[in-house]
Design a protein around this ligand. Structure first.
Ligand SMILES: C[S@@+](CC[C@H](N)C(=O)[O-])C[C@H]1O[C@@H](n2cnc3c(N)ncnc32)[C@H](O)[C@@H]1O
Length: 234
């Protein structure tokens, strides 16, 4: 029998990130090389509508809006933490005509319309959700994305070299006893959550920085059999 992974409740996550706030930006030393790789492979230049789950302080969104998204592209970020939402709104105020940030209840069931976005982004958030929440969020990502839409993810993952596997092992040990110290995040493998009948993985990479290992993944949302048959019969 596998050992149960401790997952923070939504209340604990909210309380942690409400306190952590702008300190989240200190994680840029390992997150920025990863998200730079994501940006290189997710064709944000062609995007019309971007959704971000767990937008934090809005740092990634500001980078996209300042340098990568076309001027007509809309952005919506959601986060469970009111501190993060306040910080992200401040940061994104120069783009307030097309960028919005909403406070959400942390549910992985989203109330946005089907096929309303062409990029679904979530950086360093899936690694703090339970496996069932990850599956449920990715089902929602599939529903929100247009047929040719791209899922754009970055997450902590297990290291493969001597140093990085030691860092992930230590991280996992701390997480298994005190997940709150790490904001609930633990190394996961994103690819195993993407069934081949729904997602075509176009790009996957592992980025190591200072012994911390991250996975970058860009996947195309494939039309489901139900949608295809609806199109044929409609
Ligand atoms: C590790 S931080 C990453 C923030 C940002 N994506 C980044 O890369 O800097 C995790 C973020 O996800 C948010 N979060 C965690 N669980 C969430 C949930 N169930 N729904 C919405 N936001 C969530 C937290 O409040 C926090 O802002």
């Amino acid at each position: 029998m596998g050992v149960a992974v401790p997952i923070l409740t939504r209340e604990e996550v909210r309380a942690f990130y409400d306190r952590f706030g702008s300190k989240q930006d200190t994680q840029e030393f390992y997150q920025d090389p990863t998200t730079t790789d994501l940006i290189r492979h997710a064709r944000f230049e062609d995007a019309c509508a971007v959704f971000e789950f767990g937008c934090g302080t809005g740092r990634f969104a500001a980078r996209l809006l300042a340098h990568h998204l076309p001027p007509h592209c809309r952005y919506l970020g959601v986060d469970i933490s009111s501190t993060m939402v306040r910080l992200a709104r401040q940061r994104l105020s120069p783009w307030c005509d097309r960028a919005e940030v909403h406070l959400c209840d942390g549910s992985t069931r989203l109330d946005n319309a089907d096929s309303s976005y062409d990029r679904f982004v979530s950086n360093y958030v899936l690694d703090l959700l339970s496996e069932s929440d990850i599956h449920s969020l990715l089902n929602e990502a599939h529903r929100l994305l247009r047929e040719d839409g791209l899922l754009c993810l970055a997450s902590l993952t297990r290291g493969e070299t001597f140093l990085s596997s030691f860092v992930s092992w230590s991280w996992q040990c701390i997480h298994s006893v005190r997940p709150k110290i790490l904001g609930g995040c633990r190394p996961i493998e994103l690819r195993k959550f993407l069934p081949a009948e729904k997602w075509q993985v176009g790009y996957r990479n592992v980025v190591k920085k200072f012994g911390i290992t991250s996975e970058v993944l860009v996947a195309l949302a494939l039309a489901g059999l139900d949608q295809k048959s609806a199109k044929v019969s409609g």
